[in-house]
Design a binder for this molecule. Structure first.
Ligand SMILES: [Zn+2]
Length: 339
């Protein structure tokens, strides 16, 4: 029996891949039907996930003889979004589209690993020697676990290169490719202005706040991307990579900006309270006193927030100690934050 994908909007179908919930969240794959139909986000690359997308392609093509699903484009190069690329090409003859930036990251495992390497200064500021040694020792274990659970495979060269500013026309839709960094430096989104539909990838999620972490996240860029989305003309509907559709897009974007602003102010206040400065480990402990797991997961957004405040001269590092500059934080943040 063929699993029917959900037609979430006339001509747009959604397939949700489920893996192990703890380490691999459910991810949405969208199929935009047309004579040169597009799969937006490649999802996981294991056999079960690929079979699910294959069945969805078959189903969509069976609805209209003119429909053919020919291309796949990931929103960004996190493993839950690109791992299926190679299998989709191999098993279903789908053409892989990538931006140049994505192609560089996905060229081979070495280039991919390199894109995640922290700078020496970041390593010094945010981790101890012991943490660095144990992380290095555990790396092969994590690598093989991710490869197995996510089905990671590298496509090598793309079949077609696309760039932001380009328009993809499918079955009456005209999708502008928008560069939307912040969560990930090579993140793109698709926007059809006439219908007001935004494929937001991981940038805007309905019920959770997107993960941020170094070295590929950037809070200033994330704020700019959110502001850009907020001002998209005629925005009606957001289809995200995780969770359900967002029917109140502007309200949700404002909520996310407010949440990030609150977190930014919280980090500033903790540092400003410590006149002699504070270490990153202590800051982490104050924010997440109870759970080691939450500390591990949340480390990323705290680093990204610190870098944002340091880059804007609101905080500074003296060695490994973080200190507040004597500024009017509210006036300063007003200058930098979108609302
Ligand atoms: Zn992501």
């Amino acid at each position: 029996m063929v699993m029917k994908p959900e037609e979430i909007y006339p001509g747009i179908f959604k397939v949700t891949q489920h893996r192990s919930r703890k380490i691999a969240p459910p991810v949405n794959i969208y199929i935009i039907a047309g004579s040169e139909g597009l799969i937006f986000d490649a999802g996981y690359g294991d056999n079960t996930s690929l079979r699910l997308v294959g069945e969805a392609i078959k189903y969509v093509q069976s609805i209209n003889a003119k429909w053919h699903i020919s291309n796949v484009l990931p929103s960004h190069t996190h493993p839950d979004h690109f791992s299926g690329l190679t299998g989709l090409r191999q098993h279903f003859g789908i053409t892989i589209m990538l931006t140049q930036k994505m192609a560089r990251v996905l060229a081979n495992p070495k280039a991919y690993r390199h894109s995640y390497r922290l700078s020496t200064l970041q390593q010094y500021r945010y981790s101890t020697v012991f943490q660095r040694i144990s992380e290095r020792a555990l790396q092969p274990v994590f690598r093989s676990m991710y490869k197995r659970v996510y089905g990671i495979a590298f496509p090598g060269s793309p079949d077609r290169t696309v760039c932001s500013g380009e328009v993809i026309a499918i079955n009456g839709f005209n999708f502008d490719i928008l560069h939307g960094p912040g969560h990930c430096d090579d993140h793109i989104m698709l926007y059809d202005r006439k219908e007001g539909i935004l494929f937001a990838g991981d940038n805007i999620l309905r019920s959770i706040y997107t993960w941020l972490g170094p070295p590929r996240s950037d809070l200033a860029q994330y704020y700019s991307t959110l502001a850009m989305c907020l001002h998209l003309p005629n925005l009606q509907l957001i289809l995200s990579a995780h969770g359900s559709a967002i029917q109140n897009p502007k309200e949700r974007i404002k909520e996310i900006i407010e949440y990030r602003t609150l977190r930014t102010k919280q980090v500033y206040s903790i540092v400003a309270n410590e006149t002699d400065g504070i270490s990153f480990a202590k800051l982490l402990n104050i924010l997440y006193p109870r759970s080691l797991q939450r500390r591990w997961l949340a480390k990323g957004w705290i680093i990204v927030t610190l870098e944002y405040l340091v880059n804007n001269n609101i905080l500074k590092f003296e060695g490994r100690k973080i200190k507040a500059n004597t500024v009017d934080i509210h006036a300063m943040l007003k200058k930098f934050l979108p609302c």
